[in-house]
Design a protein around this ligand. Structure first.
Ligand SMILES: Cc1cc2nc3c(=O)[nH]c(=O)nc-3n(C[C@H](O)[C@H](O)[C@H](O)COP(=O)(O)O)c2cc1C
Length: 283
């Protein structure tokens, strides 16, 4: 995936947009978006353990008037005329893989000055599944409107205040060293600090920020874990982890910091209430 601006700048700029100018994408932009949603050749740290993923661009004119009333976005999204809809084959790590790829598309859209908003819960899955001709072996983890965002309307401002969308947990609640009782010291290579900050800045369902990263002592190995909960957001956490690894990976490439991913659960004290996901070893 290619970006015109720096990925750090794009990640810092991206924010969910729920209010749109009711206008279709212009032809040139539409062509670029159609290209960027073609993810056939793209790999993620989860590719080897996940099924195939694909995305489509669905426009409002493709819905008949009855369907338009049943998009199921419950008035949260206003004015959007186009949606990115993705499907992934049922498999281990399907949501992490999907999350990584969809976030790549969202960042590329941000680079093109387009508005987006991850929608994991509030959309009519049956209707959008039909539009993308999903098979019974595929799931639709999320969609996103894509278009020209408009000034945030009061309802959107209230939603953001309710989920504290502009806030993120402090570093010491997200990042650890050696065990999950010791916050990670900030005495680290500047590039790694930037990579951690880009994870911290990521979007997550309900702004839950389930990602936890732990560094091994005296080794540049970082293990990614997910918080566990019984709540309504639990099923979206694997998507959030995919997003976190996407931000980490793209930032490391931009900064020229090499590493490799592997899935090999370590034995870390204090990790009993967390789910291990993946590790990154600096080369
Ligand atoms: C996997 C996922 C699912 C989400 N689902 C919804 C949703 O159903 N409805 C919604 O309004 N926002 C949804 N969001 C957007 C989050 O609320 C938003 O990312 C978070 O509050 C942080 O705000 P920001 O994106 O502006 O940084 C979702 C985000 C993610 C990552």
């Amino acid at each position: 995936m290619r970006f015109d601006k720096s990925i750090v700048e794009i990640i810092e700029k991206r924010t969910s947009r729920r209010t749109y100018v009711p206008k279709l994408l212009n032809e040139d932009v539409r062509k670029r978006v159609s290209k960027l949603i073609n993810v056939k050749e793209l790999r993620t740290p989860f590719s080897d353990k996940a099924g195939k993923c694909r995305f489509g661009l669905i426009s409002m004119p493709e819905f008949d008037p009855k369907e338009k009333k049943k998009l199921g976005t419950y008035g949260i999204i206003k004015g959007a005329q186009e949606f990115i809809v993705g499907a992934v084959e049922k498999s281990d790590y399907m949501k992490e893989h999907f999350g990584y790829l969809m976030e790549g598309i969202i960042l590329a859209a941000t680079d093109m000055e387009l508005g987006t908003c991850w929608l994991g819960g509030f959309f009519n899955r049956t209707l959008f599944s039909e539009k993308i001709s999903a098979s019974s072996n595929e799931i639709l983890p999320a969609i996103s409107p894509i278009g020209y965002s408009d000034k945030r309307r009061p309802k959107e401002v209230i939603i953001r205040q309710f989920i504290k969308a502009d806030n993120r947990h402090q570093w010491d609640r997200l990042f650890y060293e050696e065990d999950f009782f010791t916050p990670l010291s900030s005495d680290l290579n500047e590039g790694i600090i930037t990579m951690l900050k880009m994870v911290q800045k990521g979007p997550s369902s309900g702004n839950q920020q389930p990602w936890r990263i732990i560094k091994e002592r005296e080794r540049n190995v970082y293990h990614f874990y997910s918080k566990r909960s019984e709540g309504i957001y639990q099923s979206f956490y694997p998507l959030d982890i995919g997003i976190a690894t996407c931000h980490w990976d793209l930032t490391s490439h931009e900064l020229g910091i090499k590493g490799e991913w592997e899935i090999d659960p370590p034995n870390i004290p204090g990790s009993e209430n967390l789910d291990y996901k993946i590790s990154w070893k600096q080369k």
